[in-house]
Design a protein around this ligand. Structure first.
Ligand code: HEC
Ligand code: HEC
Ligand code: HEC
Length: 280
């Protein structure tokens, strides 16, 4: 027992040593300016900001490649485009004016006119640095805020026709699955059968939500709530009726993977991550 104080001291020392390191591991992102919203759906018809970014990357690549080939004429065409798109950053989001260096573009033009590929390459690197600096501070949050689908506004109807939220549907699904498992465990066949019916209706209700994002594409729904799901639900019903507990548990496990987990891996993980980064 007399070792205890020593042990405590060692632990305290360790935590003193570890805590500063821990603080250094904290990741910080800056909140993007509100004016960015104008350049994303639904405020805008298109994802204007993102498409400007894709163009910037293409223009940088073209200039790099033509510089290597010493193809000044074609290179200049792309420099002109880069100039326009690069400067549009501060036009679209004035708060970000300090994040770009337009003078690098003027220099790029001068070096291209002189046919100085070496300096062109160096200047491109410096421009790239401004891209990277902004991305490091802002990119993850911007992607999370403006490009993660939101399920809050989706309305579903439950079995008696009353509207409920996506989240309510999820909690109902979870309750049904667990009620079946509990009832199977306790030999309550009719409870299990009723819960199986509920689960089926809840999945049907959920199926009506897919088109709100996937529009006319029927494949996503078929993949998760299609024929294979229907077949497994029928199997589940038959097995419960026959009192085959182990086989019922097994098929429920399959449904859990092919329906719940598969859909969660696509939609829920990003959604939950977004809500952690940007609570709303
Ligand atoms: C569209 C595909 C999809 C399917 C199929 C699906 N889920 Fe979900 N689930 C989600 C999404 C998206 C969220 C996050 C929704 C939110 O928090 O608003 C979620 C969240 C949940 C939650 C957490 C709810 C809360 O209160 O935070 C539970 C529990 C859940 N799902 C259970 C299930 C079960 C059980 C199944 C299978 C029977 C299932 N889900 C099938 C997409 C799906
Ligand atoms: C002032 C800030 C800022 C500057 C400067 C900037 N970007 Fe971006 N960029 C962003 C933000 C914010 C995103 C995230 C957009 C999103 O996910 O919708 C992004 C995303 C991108 C993407 C998309 C990555 C992907 O695949 O999702 C590319 C490509 C890109 N930027 C290229 C560039 C290039 C090349 C430059 C420099 C010539 C540049 N950006 C300069 C802010 C900036
Ligand atoms: C709030 C928007 C939203 C809703 C609602 C939604 N999804 Fe998705 N889903 C997405 C996004 C975004 C992607 C990824 C991009 C893409 O493939 O369109 C995706 C991708 C998928 C994919 C993988 C890509 C593919 O086509 O195979 C499947 C499968 C899928 N969803 C199934 C469903 C099902 C089933 C439902 C309804 C129960 C549903 N989704 C409801 C937004 C949504």
């Amino acid at each position: 027992m007399k070792f205890t104080p020593v042990l405590l001291l060692v632990t305290a020392l360790f935590s003193l040593m570890l805590n500063p390191a821990h603080a250094e591991n904290t990741i910080k992102f800056d909140t993007p300016p509100a004016s960015l919203e104008k350049w994303y759906k639904p405020s805008n018809k298109r994802q204007v900001w993102l498409h400007t970014m894709f163009r910037l990357r293409r223009e940088m690549q073209a200039i790099n490649e033509y510089a290597k080939e010493n193809n000044t004429t074609t290179m200049k065409k792309w420099i002109k485009r880069l100039d326009k798109d690069y400067n549009s950053i501060a036009k679209m989001v004035p708060e970000w004016e300090k994040e770009i260096k337009p003078r690098l573009l003027s220099e790029l033009k001068i070096f291209a006119d002189k046919g100085d590929s070496l300096r062109v390459a160096k200047t491109l690197k410096m421009i790239k640095q401004t891209c990277d600096d902004c991305h490091k501070n802002y990119q993850p949050l911007v992607t999370a805020i403006y490009r993660t689908p939101d399920y809050d506004d989706i309305k579903l109807k439950n079995s008696n026709g009353t509207p409920h939220s996506f989240k309510d549907n999820m909690n109902a699904l979870s309750i049904s699955i667990n009620r079946i498992l509990i009832a199977l465990d306790d030999g309550k066949k009719s409870t299990a059968l009723q819960a199986q019916k509920n689960l089926y209706m809840q999945l049907q209700a959920l199926g009506s939500s897919c088109t709100s994002c996937h529009k006319k594409d029927s494949y996503p729904k078929e993949r998760i709530l299609g024929k294979s799901m229907l077949k497994n639900m029928q199997r589940l019903e038959t097995r419960i009726k026959k009192g085959r507990v182990k086989a019922s548990q097994k098929i429920l496990g399959k449904i859990g993977v092919a329906v719940c987990a598969r859909c969660h891996n696509i939609h829920r993980i990003v959604h939950d991550l977004r809500n952690t980064l940007v609570p709303h």
